[in-house]
Design a protein around this ligand. Sequence first.
Ligand SMILES: [Fe+2]
Length: 452
Amino acid sequence: MGENTTERPATWLDGPLAPVPDETGARDLEVTGALPPELTGRYFRNGPNPRPGEPSRHWFSGHGMIHGVRLRDGRAEWYRNRWVRTESFVHGTSFVRDDLTFDRRAVQANTHVIPHAGKIWALVEAGFPYEVTPELETVGACDFGGRLTTAMTAHPKEDPVTGELLFFGYGVFEPYLTFHRLAADGTLAESREVEVPGPTMMHDFAITENHVVWLDLPVVFDLDLALSGTTGMPYVWDDAYGARLGVMRRDGTAEVAWYEIDPCYVFHVGNAHEDAAGRVVVDGARYRPENFGALWGDIGGTVDPATGAARSQSASLHRWVLDPATGRAAEESIDDRGVEFPTHDDTRTGREHRYLYTVGGGSIVKYDLRGQGTSAHDFGEDAHVGEAVFVPAEGARAEDEGWLLSIVTREAASDLLVLDAADLSHTATVRLPRRVPAGFHGSWIPDARSGA
Ligand SMILES: [Fe+2]
């Protein structure tokens, strides 16, 4: 809060981000346009939602609340929202124990919600995954029979061919980074420590058919800042840390190959693949150092005063090509417009993709990476547009044959928008019974994947 301003809520407790005070639900929602009958399943979306009166020192803090919309046979059967009932939510249990170890059940499971192996997981990168039911009741935390000894990222990657769920945990103490693999049946099949120089904040990663790609970037944990208690997210930009992408064979048959890149931060990867020459191609939403500083300051982290004056918060789409023949990374900007939350057709995760979908400036922006440029569906500057989740059509032949689902919020009202992904035309609008705060990530969960 500025020292000379009158008291008003922090940026992340006001406007489109403002939390809602309670859990509600409604049936038989109003639909305009025509919902494709094959969209039968659930759209779940997670985000931080502090309880009324609860202090929140950072945009990324606040108990996880999942908003769910049930679609079936062309109708929108219900909406409901539920907090994820973690140990922290129910009992107020502290994440940091007296002996300075961490209780990974005492987290705010507020970042993503995904299906895997017939279960639905609410995720936050500090803790264990929390299972929720298709009706959004909390089942509980899972450490896979005691075998998971680190946190679990909120951005696991499911291999579309093997059905395995690849993920990692990063920590503020060693081991700083651990790779994990769930078999297609949901059992924890492998955990492997990976060496990085320090406690980097690793929000996302990428996979290819044969590799995992690590983002070892210069936003690192600061112990003094943590002990000072002045921020909920004690991570700072550290020029001395450097910036690297690491390519690790999934089968563990080689050391990690590290590639130096220009300093930046990446919260979100779009996708990655191996090209015909054996190079690893990674697309992501890249923050320049000065943009990261401004963003981090605005959302309740600390900020370097030398760079924090800028108020440009945008990331932009960027491509890195990692060549094992030269040991070098080539990088290029895909576009300079400000976008975030890149998504793709999940049936192509780790494989070559033609399209990426992003949001920015009140629009859903589609990138055709084969040179056809960009297209956008503009909802207007007054609209907050949530992550666009791609759902492939049954029997789709073209990569963009399917729909994009996104929650769009204007002032006190929110809609679930369904667009045709091919041309971004409007397909249907589901009027939600309440405003849904701008949150983080979500998934389309077809009935066959929900365990229902
Ligand atoms: Fe994220």
